[in-house]
Design a protein around this ligand. Structure first.
Ligand code: ADP
Length: 247
């Protein structure tokens, strides 16, 4: 019997900016079907970690294995194609297009000039748009222009645009910032659904939300893993209380 390999295995990862180690010899393993939340004080290296995984920032040393591929040597675009989706805090949706159009154009075939030229509204694409729209709770808004959506719905639409590409790892930076209470609840359920068959990595500051979504929490401090485990274990860890929760 072999344990299933983690989808993402980060080992000995470091990056320095002018001699300052923003991420310092970091190890992180994430399984399929897992929602992992990374917390930590400002400047802990959370954003830099996500930048490293998606290829926006180049590692100084270490490795990032994703489904048996080494990401540290790959270009950003190829990392997306390998199945890594990243959502930033501000949604980059097309405000003057409908929900349907935003989703449709995010289907992989629409991404290249060649693909776009010969792109047809195939049954396959339509089916995928409908499935994703249901998943992100926007199936009743398919033909609404995106700028008329609520702040929360816009965030879900951007998650939907990532889902159109069927990523195996989805990374989200503070997904509920600025959302209403009911939108937060719905987002927690959404993340639970989309983690099925995938891995989800979230940066989050709202501890109530972390409790709701996290299967496991990783606490970063000064570019290193300070603690890792269940939310409860992490919350009661004296080191964590000292540097983070107790301030
Ligand atoms: P967090 O997301 O946990 O708040 P960041 O990853 O944004 O932390 O930043 C970690 C540290 O690295 C901070 O001290 C920040 O100033 C520094 N840093 C991040 N990116 C750069 C960069 N491109 N150049 C120089 N310093 C950076």
């Amino acid at each position: 019997f072999q344990m299933p390999k983690p989808v993402l295995a980060v080992e000995g990862l470091s990056v320095s900016f002018d001699g300052f180690k923003a991420v310092d010899d970091l190890n992180l393993y994430i399984d399929r079907n897992e929602v992992r939340v990374v917390i930590g004080p400002n400047g802990a290296g959370k954003t830099t970690l996500l930048d490293l995984i998606c290829g926006k920032t180049r590692a100084t040393s270490g490795s990032i294995q994703f489904e048996n591929r080494e990401l540290t040597k790959m270009r950003e675009y190829d990392i997306v194609r390998a199945g890594v989706g990243r959502k930033f805090q501000n949604p980059s949706i097309y405000e003057n297009l409908t929900v349907f159009e935003n989703l449709e154009m995010s289907y992989p075939a629409g991404r290249t000039v060649f693909g776009a030229l010969f792109f047809k509204r195939s049954a396959e694409v339509l089916e995928r748009v409908e499935q994703v729209a249901r998943e992100i709770m926007l199936h009743e808004h398919l033909h609404q222009q995106a700028d008329l959506l609520s702040h929360g719905q816009k965030q879900w639409l951007e998650i939907g645009m990532l889902l159109m590409q069927d990523p195996q790892l989805l990374m989200l930076d503070e997904p509920v910032a600025g959302m209403s209470v009911s939108e937060r609840m719905a987002t927690a359920e959404l993340l639970g659904r989309i983690s099925q068959g995938r891995s989800v990595l979230v940066i989050e500051h709202d501890m109530e939300f972390v409790k709701r979504i996290a299967h496991k929490v990783t606490v970063l401090h000064q570019g290193r893993v300070l603690a890792e485990g269940s939310m409860e274990a992490v919350q009661n860890n004296p080191k964590v209380i000292e540097v983070y929760l107790g301030h």
